[in-house]
Design a protein around this ligand. Structure first.
Ligand code: GAL
Length: 716
């Protein structure tokens, strides 16, 4: 039976390119001991050169493999940035030119029974022959073997691929197409969940292909609120392969997007897969947690994996929690020569073949983000996508009236802040005299960059514009949805962002801590799933121009707010349905309050009600005093050699984050590797510590000059 052996540990690494490093007898004693995911260069948080990680490096791994007759050995690298050459026992096996797709090699002929040496040359230069490079790019692709590596051992008769899809969710059918090596043989397909079988059929393969169709299955549908997954287990005499599957239909139409036949307004954010200090090299838990943040801390129903296929862990988690994904090929504005386009076509192929069984993926992006028209190239990318999968295609453009070869017209709609309406009418953008399936794939971003510790008024305006855009997107049936730029701040090249190499475009900062705009999204959720009650204020008289806290936006899903300003009568406020009629939960905006100029600044308490029942309270001190550091373990399932995130907040005596508290904190870690430096400044009164667990007991302590030591202990 199939064996999957993780190859993440025990690598040797050198940040130089050594002659003969592939040679099994090469002396690698000067190399560092590392494990994967690995970045070729740890970077500061910001202010670094955007070429620091652009070099060729060498990785080596000595490994004992039990080589048996009749078995096939596949080595799968899930992500190497940007170009890789694989050598086994001194012999060249193959090369790979994409940082985001699987580099998979059959190494059977190269290995011996016993000790083997695997050597990888990693070129992290921004090579113009590797998409997205050739022009400028507004993000970094970093370097190194930055995702997992596995050795897959099968018998020589093995299952190459399983492809499952449903054509009719009313009938609840399932088509399973299997490709196999070797002779014609019996193939069994079973549908299971929690030990119960929902269907089982057998077929005999013919020329390496088998096809099985189920109908009228008694299964539950997969959707965003109830993401039911089934195991589809394919078995032959010598092999077994299973996939997770969700029964669902997903369709973009002229009247918006339909999931299982019901219209669903898509509200989403773009995500870059980068993290502070280590760039892309973050293991499974960090990928899971980004999906969780999008779903549970941002409340969106779709993410665009701008501008490349994300980690398989990220998509697995999207399947599990019911977060829809728009996945696209690597690229940013630039289209290269014919060889570059061929590579891009290969990327379309590799992306779809890797991810076409995921229920969360609802759309393939087969156009280089924001590139010019290229009729022949995009005719080919669309045709290829359609030949591999049933899903619709989209191509993200910024130019209105550009050639529409895809199924969904996707556009980045950057309307300046002073222009209304905040998005353009679909027909203005398509240039067509009729409706087509239409999706807004970016807005805001560079139109209004905002730092987590910016002046309150800017953070408030940032949030307000996000709310206005979503309100508008919800108002037009032909707009399937709008996906904002972007979820998290990210490191970038010198040509973008502020000159510290960060694009401050996120509704959260680079540490995944919230700016006010994040609450615009979160507050749209049904209060039954959780009450959201977030006043966008630090409650200070002198922070805003001219003074005072008005207008004070409260992003919330309650239906009434009562403000009690110390010593005054309570005042009630209600959701602003007049200005935000289309948002499920308009913000409550306090535009007037008792005159305070020249008198003493007082404490305030906000009470939130649903159907006159008190459901939330937020109290602010007019005289906040640093009270404690809070450490919150965000990781649900800590594992060895995986990441754990600990959120740090500096709180006042009312448990409010002190947004301008930027005093340094000292971090002390036992049993794990700290990602980034051990003395850091808080930003927006917050920080995130990531550690990589190296032992079964871990302790993390944090202290600052004025806030006493706090410790968390984690047992794996
Ligand atoms: C878009 C681009 C994104 C990002 C964004 C910033 O044009 O597609 O990658 O650069 O601008 O607002």
């Amino acid at each position: 039976m199939r064996q999957i052996i993780n190859f993440n540990l025990d690598w040797k690494y050198s940040n130089q390119n050594h002659q003969n490093f592939q040679n099994p007898t090469f002396d690698d004693s000067c190399f560092d001991d590392v494990y994967l995911p690995h970045t070729n260069k740890e970077l500061p948080l910001h202010y670094f050169s955007d070429t620091e990680f652009c070099f060729i490096s060498n990785y080596r791994k000595k490994v004992v493999i039990k080589k048996e007759v009749g078995k096939t050995y596949h080595l799968v690298f899930e992500g190497i940035s940007n170009y890789a050459e694989l050598y086994v026992n001194g012999k060249f096996v193959n090369s790979h030119k994409c940082a985001y797709t699987n580099f998979e090699c059959d190494i059977t002929a190269f290995i011996v029974d016993g000790k083997n040496v695997i050597a990888v040359l990693v070129d992290s230069n921004e090579r113009p022959d590797v998409p997205p490079f050739g022009g400028v790019v507004d993000y970094l692709c970093y370097g190194g073997i930055y995702r997992d590596v596995n050795l897959i051992v099968t018998s020589n008769d093995y299952i190459k691929d399983v492809y499952a899809f449903s054509t009719d969710v009313v009938d609840k059918d399932l088509h399973v197409e299997i490709s196999l090596t070797g002779r014609d043989q019996e193939v069994e397909v079973k549908i299971e969940k929690d030990g119960r079988t929902y269907g089982k059929q057998k077929a005999i393969s013919n020329n390496g292909k088998a096809k099985i169709v189920f109908s009228e299955l008694h299964v539950e549908l997969w959707d965003v609120d109830n993401p039911t997954l089934y195991d589809i287990i394919v078995r032959t005499n010598g092999d077994q392969k299973s996939i997770k599957y969700g029964f669902r239909s997903a369709k973009f139409t002229n009247d918006g997007f339909y999931l299982n036949g019901k219209r669903l307004q898509l509200m989403g954010l773009n995500r870059h897969q980068s993290f502070p200090y280590v760039g892309y090299a973050m293991p499974r838990n960090a990928q899971y947690e980004d999906a969780d943040i999008l779903k549970y801390e941002l409340g969106v129903n779709i993410v665009r994996s701008s501008h490349y296929p994300p980690s398989k862990h990220f998509i697995d988690r999207c399947d599990e929690i019911g977060l829809l994904v728009f996945e696209e090929i690597p690229g940013w504005n630039h289209i290269g020569d014919e060889a570059w386009k061929d590579q891009s076509l290969k990327n379309v192929h590799d992306m779809i073949m890797r991810d076409r069984n995921h229920p969360s993926v609802i759309l393939w992006g087969v156009r280089i983000n924001e590139s010019d028209d290229d009729h022949d190239f995009y005719t080919k990318t669309n045709a290829l996508a359609r030949s591999l999968d049933y899903r619709q295609t989209a191509g993200v453009r910024w130019k209105p009236h550009s050639e529409f070869l895809e199924d969904v017209f996707a556009i980045n709609d950057f309307v300046p802040l002073y222009e209304e309406p905040p998005l353009r009418e679909p027909r203005m953008e398509t240039g067509l005299d009729h409706d087509v399936p239409y999706l807004v794939t970016e807005y805001m971003g560079h139109m209004f960059p905002t730092k987590i510790n910016d002046q309150e008024a800017r953070l408030v305006r940032h949030a307000e514009r996000h709310a206005q855009i979503q309100n508008f997107a919800h108002s037009i049936k032909n707009i399937s949805g709008a996906i904002g730029w972007c979820a998290f701040d990210y490191n970038t090249h010198r040509h973008f962002g502020t000159n510290d190499k960060i694009c401050y475009h996120g509704v959260m900062d680079i540490f995944r801590n919230p700016k006010y705009a994040s609450y615009v999204y979160l507050s749209q959720k049904n209060p039954q799933e959780g009450v959201v009650f977030e006043p966008a204020t630090i409650w200070a008289f002198g922070e805003k121009d001219i003074g005072g806290v008005l207008p004070l936006f409260v992003y919330t899903n309650v239906d009434k707010l009562t403000m009690v300003f110390e010593g005054r009568d309570p005042i009630d406020y209600y959701p602003d349905k007049a200005n935000y009629p289309y948002l499920p939960h308009p913000p409550i905006i306090i535009k007037e309050m008792p005159e305070v100029w020249g008198s003493t600044w007082k404490d305030v308490v906000f009470y939130g009600y649903i159907n006159n029942k008190l459901v939330a309270t937020r109290a602010y001190s007019s005289n906040p005093i640093p009270s404690r550091l809070s450490l919150q373990i965000k990781t649900k399932q800590p594992r060895l050699f995986d990441s754990i995130r600990i959120k740090v907040s500096a709180l006042d005596e009312r448990d409010n984050v002190m947004k301008f508290y930027s005093e340094p904190i000292k971090i002390n870690v036992n049993g794990a590797r700290l990602v980034g430096p051990s003395t850091v400044s808080l930003s927006g009164g917050m920080y995130s510590i990531w550690v990589i667990a190296e032992q079964k007991h871990i302790s993390v302590s944090v202290e600052s000059e004025r806030l006493s030591l706090q410790t968390v202990e984690i047992d794996l």
